[in-house]
Design a binder for this molecule. Structure first.
Ligand SMILES: *Cc1c(COP(=O)(O)O)cnc(C)c1O
Length: 451
């Protein structure tokens, strides 16, 4: 009998996170202030909890996970590694396809892996209120789950296009005691300045970040949190890959292909970084693929440059693949993939060709989501569907070559709050979108003049 899922016991939740920084082939370029000077801890202290600032620049390869965080992880971790037998059969592929199911968390995605950690460090340092932005609503829900669990208040700036498309995400956040605003708002200077220029602005993660940071720095008891992009977020997510490694060992497998979708890069990093370590050390020869939408093609079309993380240039400059901080992506359904930049760690690994990037169109991605739902039965988030599409492509290549590859992808979240997008696809109204070259050139031209 073959197993459909490979499970671990609660005592097998990793007790350390893996930090890829000391293992990078090229040292990470430091964050810079707008004047080009390196950012110090004192610059970040008004915004982030000190322990998270330390983790952001830590040279330690392994960082201990506090017991109180592991206790909360136990609510849904370890997550299952599932074998996609039914999809394999449907594709008639000799490949073996596995997916790490991060959709089993209470908010339904991988995001609480870092939300719980960020809320915890803030709590022990005396923060009373957290602020954040959210795109599709998954980060806001994950943080609401975490702040509610740890007894903190939360103010969420939700990108307007998602606020309007996904009312149930807001209700979920409110269920977990968070306050939710449609961004751009009139509550902040950043929001007001955008609304003056464009009262109908659909919002963007960049704008919402500006608002949430401004809210945090203008209140003494408040700190800001970010659900992706930053090094400490990638760090916390490595529980995904560390568990996957144990599970593949149990199945007697070595991965040939590892796949994750990329918005800011955290679920991709979480799955892949523990394997990236083996690849850099020459112990693993896997093809590691970061998948993004053609509507927001950061890694495939952006330059590797210093840029701001937000629209009004409040955040430090990070060296990353970027489409420019004033890039406002179209209102595609993968709200979680609509960010102009990418994780500096993931960017560095793409630049050094340890991992590679690939982009797909929205409609082929939804076709993959539907195939997955109709074979495996699982209804995925539109973001996750990008990883599924790439896994199907790789498995189909194996059908042609006869190669029996082991393909592993991260099932970053379920799609139960994204049924509006499924409705559009099923009724034939989903539109193809590829961001026009000229528009990308325009926002890239506005990048700061630092190489
Ligand atoms: C937020 C989100 C993403 C994209 O964010 P990353 O930081 O790139 O992982 C992908 N999938 C789901 C389900 C998400 O909630």
């Amino acid at each position: 009998m073959e197993s459909y899922k490979i499970m671990l016991g609660e005592n097998e939740i990793p007790n350390k996170w893996y930090n890829v920084i000391p293992d990078l082939p090229t040292p990470l370029p430091p964050p810079l202030k707008p004047d080009g000077q390196p950012v110090g801890p004192e610059d970040l202290a008004p915004v982030f909890a000190m322990e998270l600032i330390k983790q952001e620049v830590s040279p330690e390869r392994w960082i201990e996970i506090p017991d109180e965080i592991i206790e909360i992880y136990k609510i849904w971790r370890p997550t299952p590694l599932r074998r996609a037998y039914c999809l394999e059969k449907d594709l008639k592929t000799p490949a073996r396809i596995y997916y790490k199911d991060e959709s089993v968390s209470p908010p339904g995605s991988h995001k609480p892996n870092t939300a719980v950690a960020q809320a915890y460090y803030n709590k022990i340092e005396g923060t009373r209120t957290l602020t954040t932005e959210t795109g599709a609503g998954q980060w806001g829900s994950a943080l609401a789950f975490a702040t509610n669990k740890l007894g903190l208040d939360l103010r969420v700036y939700m990108v307007k296009v998602s606020f309007d498309q996904k009312p149930y995400r807001k209700i979920l956040m409110e269920t977990w005691n968070a306050q939710v605003f449609s961004s751009p708002t009139n509550r902040t200077k950043a929001g007001r300045s955008i609304l003056e220029k464009d009262p109908d602005c659909l919002g963007s993660l960049g704008i919402a970040i500006s608002e949430a940071v401004e809210d945090a720095v203008s209140h003494d008891d408040a700190k800001y949190t970010l659900g992706s992009v930053l090094n400490h977020v990638m760090l916390h997510q490595t529980v995904i890959g560390l568990e996957t490694k144990k599970q593949l060992d149990l199945a007697g497998e070595t991965p040939d292909v590892l796949i994750g979708c990329v918005g800011g890069g955290s679920n991709f990093a979480g799955l892949s970084f523990p394997f990236v370590k083996d690849k850099i050390e020459g112990r693993l020869n896997a093809d590691i693929i970061a998948v993004e939408p053609t509507a927001c093609p950061t890694l495939t079309k952006g330059p590797y440059r210093y840029d701001h993380g937000d629209a009004v240039k409040m955040t430090p400059l990070l060296k990353m693949y970027t489409l420019g901080h004033d890039f406002v992506p179209p209102g595609i359904h993968s709200g979680g993939l609509r960010y102009h930049g990418g994780s500096p760690l993931v960017s560095s690994l793409v630049h050094d060709k340890v991992v590679r990037a690939k982009a797909y169109h929205q409609i082929e991605v939804f076709e993959a989501a539907l195939k997955f739902a109709r074979t495996e039965g699982m209804v995925c988030a539109p973001e996750t569907a990008h990883a599924i599409k790439a896994a199907i492509d790789e498995a189909e290549k194996c059908s042609q070559t006869g190669e029996e590859k082991c393909i592993v992808f991260n099932y970053s979240g379920h799609g139960f709050f994204d049924l509006g997008a499924y409705r559009e696809y099923l009724s034939g109204n989903l539109k193809e979108y590829e961001y026009p070259k000229e528009k990308i050139a325009e926002s890239i031209a506005a990048l700061p003049d630092i190489e």
